[in-house]
Ligand binder design. Structure first.
Ligand code: BG6
Length: 488
């Protein structure tokens, strides 16, 4: 118990991430009695509020986000954990005052600092924490850093050097919330707890892999951040590449933080670098235009508040990678993600090769679909196998049957990724957090694409909101019989 942190500071406590994800997740952990008696939560924000106004705000945001009751002893206990700290991220005095607002040492010597703030502010917070001694005691306090970690390879290295100047690696938690999603962890179980699948999971049987993270939301009120970042930095370099590593990695020697991360890094290191002249064959970007989602007209990206005039920022990206190792050589991995697509749907789709012999000649060839394994990450958490069976009747025709399995039983509820990950931070388990070499290799792979786009400044393809993205995304496919799978 002594090892558990006793304070949890949220920088950016009134921001989007805190209100949409962190605070609801902390409350759910409270409901599940997982927060520990001693934990104090400090909300750090610029707003000129009192503890009472903070509590009011907290109740109002939770009301829209959580199902549990906002009354009674559990809720009272949750409210009582909070302190409100008005402060300016840039002002070292705010941090001095923060020290005074934390539970006193030595009774309480472990603190989590969660940087739920713009990446541009990471450095100043780290420096200020150091200036008032809050990076000490080494190995005790933890700092959680949100993605994107840097905006390219070089800036990521600079940020990492800064972190290591003031903190030990064990103190740093680089978060990628996709790894906290139940279905993503289930991928490890699916692959490594069954003998049925793993023997087929390689270049001999798999034709290609698709990873799609489609969102129907636009950029919401995040233009300040998003217009600089774009879909490649916001999603592909981190979330989608992480999903790819989990699909492609070898079994780790144990389910331990470094063993897992070693295997993921091997995958990233094996990705074939994309040559400059091949960028067009490997990456497509596009931007959403006016369109229609669920019967509602929505504006194009250019018309969103605070987006720069004629911005070329991509809201959709698709890319093709090859993993040049023994298992995957020659198998394309197609990744794509976009905002304002037809639906919210995240899907890992594995297409198998055709059998070597076509015995069932009665079935016209165009109806002989390959086998697929589809793993749906959201909104459903489920799996589908598509296999051939005989069509009832006099002829020897086949048809595709879908075997569906939900990962959740009817009375079970999916956890939010942040619940899992915040508990891991509190308990000091770093398995689902990103080591710097993973970040570094991921940037190495996408950097040439970013550099190329930076030079090509005349034009970006558009797609209507509510569609499945630009037709240009089809040009990535190696073969004519490959097409995108959009949803379950
Ligand atoms: C975030 C991105 O990391 O992930 C957002 O910054 C995106 O742009 C979000 O909407 C998607 O996560 P989830 O868990 O809502 O699918």
């Amino acid at each position: 118990l002594e090892n558990l942190p006793c304070s949890f500071v949220i920088f950016g406590a009134t921001g989007d991430l805190a209100s949409n994800k962190l605070l609801p997740a902390l409350f759910h952990l409270e409901v599940a009695s997982r927060l520990g008696e001693r934990l104090t939560i400090v909300a750090f924000s610029r707003r000129d509020w009192t503890l009472d106004s903070w509590r009011e705000y907290l109740s109002s945001i939770l009301a829209n986000k959580v199902k549990a009751k906002l009354e009674g002893p559990v809720f009272e206990r949750f409210l009582a954990r909070f302190r409100y700290h008005r402060g300016d991220l840039n002002d070292v005095e705010s941090y001095r005052a923060l020290v005074a607002n934390l539970p006193p040492e030595p009774a309480c010597s472990r603190t989590v600092f969660y940087l739920a703030i713009k990446p541009a502010d990471f450095a100043v917070v780290i420096k200020n924490l150091q200036a008032v001694g809050l990076n000490q005691p080494r190995g005790m306090n933890r700092v959680v850093i949100e993605k994107p970690f840097g905006e390219d390879l070089e800036s990521a290295q600079v940020l990492n050097r800064l972190l290591h100047q003031y903190l030990d690696e064990e103190q740093v938690y680089r978060i990628d919330h996709f790894l906290g999603k139940e279905t993503v962890q289930n991928l490890l179980v699916f692959r490594f707890a069954n003998t049925l699948i793993e023997p087929l999971w390689n270049r001999n049987f798999i034709d290609h892999v698709q990873i799609t993270v489609a969102e129907s939301i636009g950029i919401e009120k995040r233009a300040d951040y998003y217009d600089r970042a774009g879909a490649l930095r916001d999603m592909l370099q981190n979330h989608l590449m992480q999903l790819m590593t989990v699909v492609a990695m070898e079994p780790p020697v144990a389910l331990e933080a470094d063993a897992l991360r070693d295997e993921k890094v091997k995958v990233l290191r094996s990705i074939r670098p994309i040559a400059k002249r091949a960028i067009h064959a490997h990456a497509v970007r596009a931007q959403y235009a006016l369109g229609n989602i669920d019967g509602q007209t929505v504006v194009g990206y250019q018309q969103e508040e605070n987006v720069e005039i004629n911005s070329l920022t991509e809201t959709f990206v698709a890319a093709k990678f090859y993993i040049d190792n023994w298992r995957w050589r020659g198998v394309p991995f197609y990744l794509r993600t976009g905002k304002r697509l037809a639906k919210q749907a995240s899907l890992i789709a594995i297409r198998f090769k055709h059998p070597p012999q076509q015995l069932f000649r009665e079935t016209p060839l165009e109806f002989i679909a390959p086998n697929w394994v589809l793993l749906s990450i959201q909104p459903e958490q489920s799996m589908r196998l598509e296999i051939h069976v005989k069509q009832p009747g006099l002829d020897m025709d086949t048809r595709v049957m879908q075997m569906n399995a939900s990962f959740l039983k009817t009375d079970e509820q999916a956890l939010d990724a942040y619940e899992t990950l915040l508990l891991d931070v509190i308990e000091g388990d770093r398995s689902l957090f990103i080591r710097f070499d993973e970040v570094e290799w991921a940037w190495r792979i996408v950097d040439p694409i970013l550099k190329h786009w930076l030079v090509e400044r005349e034009f970006i393809p558009i797609y209507p909101s509510g569609s499945w993205g630009p037709t240009e995304a089809n040009r990535l496919f190696d073969n004519d019989d490959q097409t995108w799978r959009n949803e379950l």
